[in-house]
Structure formats: structure tokens, C-alpha cells
Write a protein that binds this ligand. Structure first.
Ligand code: ATP
Ligand code: MG
Length: 326
């Protein structure tokens, strides 16, 4: 089986954007691939986090991985900080990465803009992500559209490293969902939905109550056209809601447009809210049970052992190639 790797940051509770764009795919891919999924808590501190909350969110995200259906008998689940090779490899990668390459990353520019003070980790972040991927010999990386540039950086790094030192690392490819690879904010259809958005009305989190979900969807921005069409140019906000609907119902965008022809936005939003609630409720029920169980800690403990074994092998290959050691 080919190996895949992916991760989510515990920088907030995952949103339906994370679910549609990445996490749902984690579940679908675990049968076909040898999958490793990581809670990348060391990525989260590239922007300020409250220490107590960061710890909680790390465990919560691991519980959510299981609640959506990632099966620890099929996939490896672990927390990044349990595997020191990740941060160790990041140093090696940084020393083989151009400053200009990092400065060109649009995620860096976007996130830097939103910070009062920017730490060097925010710029270096892609190097740690490269480490995450290559240490698990991943051939494929399922991610949302916003990670394309980082995957390209990873591929370029692997080429450069292998050209210089021989065939040391596996060159990965991104796997992006056909639709829903970029879910947009409910308050601004021009910016991506993000779990770290300061405006909570911009996203539906996977742990929002039915009441919160309904409120957020009903107050989602629309337009003054007042007619349901799937037109990303003229009606980007409605197009985004239609895409969320299509993704969570497996109906086509055409079906949805037809079903709401001549009905206005109200009934459409009501049904969308119901749909989102119906998808998230069973996940939330499983999540609550897992969070208070010792099973979760056992799974993370086992995952860390497996992940350390794998990652340390690749780190050793890298160190040997570079000439680190004596
Ligand atoms: P943050 O704002 O802290 O960066 P985030 O919502 O962007 O949070 P990440 O942990 O950075 O979440 O990304 C986890 C995964 O979710 C990645 O594969 C990413 O591509 C995907 N993803 C993030 N936002 C979206 C979105 N709006 N639509 C589709 N996929 C997304
Ligand atoms: Mg992100």
C-alpha cells in the first residue's frame, strides 16, 4: 500500500471547511492507503495560543479524528510533539531552503498581515510541514487547496535534496478533493473559512450546537439578487453555500439549484442548516464519549510509538546523507 500523511493544527476547533476539504478524505483514504494522521500542535504556535487551551485543543482534535471515523486499527494517529524527529528534521530542511522561497508563501503573507508581531516560526512553518510529510515517506498528502503552494515547496525540496545527496527521500503528491477544496468564510466569500478566524460567524465549527449552526448559516452573507444560482462570479456567497450543501449531501450543484428555483434564500438556508446539523450530530456524540475515555490516550500512545519508529528512520537517513554525526 502507498503511504499517505496529513495533519490538522489544533489552532481552534475544526470547521466544516476542514472537514469537507481534508478530514473527510482522511476516512475515505484509509482503506486504500497506509495512512498516518497527525495533530500538528507545534504548527499551532506560529501564532499566539493560550497554553491551557492549546493542550485541550490538541486532545480534542485527536478525539475528533476518531469521531469522524479514522480507525486506529487501519491508520496511525499521533501528536506531533510526541515525535521529536519532526522538529529535528525542520532544522535540516531550513538549512536547505531559500529565504526567498519562504517569503513567497501566500499563507505566510496572509497570516503575517493579521498579526501585530510576526515570529520567525511563522515564516519557517513550511519547513516543519515538509518534515511532517517526508519523515513518513508519504507518496500522497490529502489537503485542501490552500496547501498547494506548500506541497510544491515540499516537492522542490525533495528534488533538491535527492539531487545533492542521492535517493534519500520520497517525493510526495497532493490529493485535493474534486469539489470543496476551498470552502469560503460565511461572512466573506472572498476569504477562506478558517478555524482561527477572529470572527466566529465566519465558520461553522464541527462542535457547534444545532442552535449555533442554524444562527451562523442564517446570518451568512448572501447578495441582493435573491435567486439561487450556482455562479461563482456573480454570486460567490450563494455558490459557497451551494457547494457546502452539495458536499455534505452528495447532491450535485445542479440538483440543488433546481430544487430551490424560485424559492429565495430563506428555505435554502433552513435546509442547509438542518443538513449540517444532521452530519455533525453523530460525530459530536462519538466525540463526547471518546474525549472522556482512556481509550484515546492509549491510541495516541501507540500511535506515537509507531510514528517515532518510522520518523527516526528517515531522520537517520537525512543526517547520514548530510554528514551530521561522527
Ligand atoms: P488556521 O487558520 O489555524 O490555519 P485552518 O482552518 O486553515 O486553520 P489547518 O489546520 O491550517 O486549518 O488546515 C487543516 C487542513 O484543512 C488542511 O488540509 C487545509 O488545506 C484544509 N483546509 C483549511 N481550510 C480549508 C477550507 N476553507 N476549505 C477546504 N479545506 C481547508
Ligand atoms: Mg491553515
Amino acid at each position: 500500500k502507498a503511504r499517505i500523511f496529513s495533519g490538522v493544527q489544533p489552532s481552534g476547533t475544526p470547521t466544516i471547511g476542514n472537514y469537507i476539504g481534508a478530514m473527510r478524505g482522511f476516512v475515505q483514504l484509509q482503506d486504500e492507503y497506509d495512512a498516518t494522521y497527525c495533530v500538528v500542535n507545534q504548527h499551532a504556535i506560529t501564532v499566539p495560543q493560550e497554553p491551557k487551551r492549546l493542550k485541550e485543543m490538541t486532545r480534542e482534535l485527536a478525539a475528533l479524528y476518531l469521531a469522524i471515523g479514522i480507525d486506529p486499527n487501519k491508520s496511525t494517529i499521533f501528536v506531533q510533539s510526541d515525535v521529536p524527529a519532526h522538529t529535528q528534521s525542520a532544522w535540516l530542511i531550513l538549512c536547505h531552503t531559500g529565504l526567498g522561497e519562504l517569503e513567497r508563501m501566500t499563507q505566510y503573507k496572509d497570516k503575517a498581515q493579521k498579526q501585530e508581531a510576526v515570529n520567525a516560526g511563522l515564516l519557517a512553518y513550511p519547513a516543519l510541514m515538509v518534515g511532517d510529510i517526508i519523515l513518513h515517506d508519504a507518496a500522497y498528502v490529502p489537503v485542501g487547496d490552500d496547501q498547494r503552494q506548500h506541497i510544491e515547496l515540499t516537492r522542490n525540496f525533495v528534488d533538491r535534496f535527492n539531487n545533492r545527496y542521492g535517493d534519500v527521500l520520497v517525493k510526495p503528491e497532493g490529493i485535493y478533493p474534486k469539489a470543496g477544496a476551498r470552502v469560503m468564510s460565511l461572512q466573506d466569500p472572498m476569504s477562506k473559512m478558517s478555524k482561527s478566524d477572529a470572527n466566529e460567524r465566519g465558520f461553522v465549527s464541527m462542535l457547534d450546537t444545532p442552535n449555533q449552526i442554524t444562527k451562523k448559516i442564517k446570518s451568512a452573507v448572501t447578495d441582493s439578487i435573491g435567486e439561487i444560482n450556482y455562479d461563482k462570479e456573480a454570486q460567490p456567497a450563494i455558490a459557497n453555500l451551494i457547494e457546502i450543501y452539495a458536499n455534505l449531501s452528495d447532491k450535485s450543484t445542479d440538483d440543488i439549484v433546481q430544487a430551490y428555483a424560485g424559492k429565495g434564500y430563506g428555505p435554502f438556508k433552513t435546509d442547509l442548516a438542518e443538513l449540517v446539523v444532521s452530519v455533525l450530530e453523530p460525530i459530536q456524540t462519538r466525540y463526547e464519549k471518546l474525549l472522556s475515555s482512556s481509550e484515546l490516550d492509549d491510541i495516541l500512545h501507540d500511535g506515537a510509538i509507531k510514528a517515532n519508529e518510522q520518523a527516526n528512520q528517515v531522520l537517520a537517513r537525512m543526517n547520514k546523507a548530510i554528514g551530521i554525526g561522527y
